[in-house]
Design a protein around this ligand. Structure first.
Ligand code: DX5
Ligand code: ZN
Length: 222
């Protein structure tokens, strides 16, 4: 049976009380903390860097999943590994040398993920699948929380699920963007096992109830 992981994105948390928000969402049942890093260059928004990751690390007892939306990538890999990241993902277009960046992530003791925007082809995967611990399918264009899920992502998720199963490797299939209680089962049915959710959790009045409602939906997936 698939083990489903819920990964709240801190992008929609109250940044004035980030430590409390992170502790709260972990108590509410988060499996992973998704940490969105934007540079106002690769994406048109600016968020947080390694110092903030270091600051929350002591209170986070679950893996920290750093989603780098930055270009260039490599200097941020070493910085976030030092800041306590467990998983580091980057976008295929943002690295000049994808294979080298994946190796760098592993050399720094972290799990490595490769992220695909809605219009990015999946072809890279076949060349680097032996170095991947996670494949991140974006179901919105990166840069902002609170956008609507792009339905075309479902086909892509199904294709990646086949690629992962054919490889026989233990690779998480994470989906990011517009995931809510009312579409999480559809995303799981397509083949995802790890669900990033920002606004649906942090804008809800009760994080525990929202995460439990998501898990209840996931139980309906055959
Ligand atoms: C978008 C970010 C997402 C985002 C998800 O660029 O990578 O992680 O915060 O937020 P929601 O769930 O609100 O779409
Ligand atoms: Zn993200």
């Amino acid at each position: 049976m698939t083990r489903y992981l819920i990964a709240p994105s801190i992008l929609s948390a109250d940044f004035a009380q980030l430590g409390n928000e992170v502790s709260h969402v972990i108590t509410a049942g988060a499996d992973i903390i998704h940490f969105d890093v934007m540079d106002n260059h690769y994406v048109p928004n600016l968020t947080v860097g390694p110092m903030v990751c270091s600051a929350i690390r002591p209170m986070v007892k679950v893996p920290i999943d750093v989603h780098l939306m930055v270009k260039p990538v490599d200097s941020m890999v070493t910085a976030f590994a030092k800041a306590g990241a467990d998983i580091i993902s980057f976008h295929a277009e943002a690295s000049e040398h994808i294979d080298r960046t994946l190796q760098l992530i592993h050399d720094n003791g972290c799990k490595a993920g490769l992220a695909f925007n809605p219009a990015t082809p999946l072809g890279y995967i076949e060349h680097v699948i032996d170095k991947l611990d996670l494949i991140l399918i974006m179901s919105v264009n990166p840069g902002f929380g609170g956008q609507s899920f792009i339905p075309h992502a479902l086909e892509k998720i199904a294709t990646v699920r086949k690629m992962i199963d054919a490889s026989g490797r233990d690779i998480l299939l994470e989906v990011d963007g517009g995931i809510k209680t009312d579409n999480i089962a559809l995303v799981a049915q397509a083949g995802a096992d790890t669900f990033v959710s920002g606004s649906a959790i942090f804008n809800s009045p009760d994080y525990t109830a929202t995460i439990q409602a998501m898990r209840a939906q996931l139980k309906t997936v055959s």
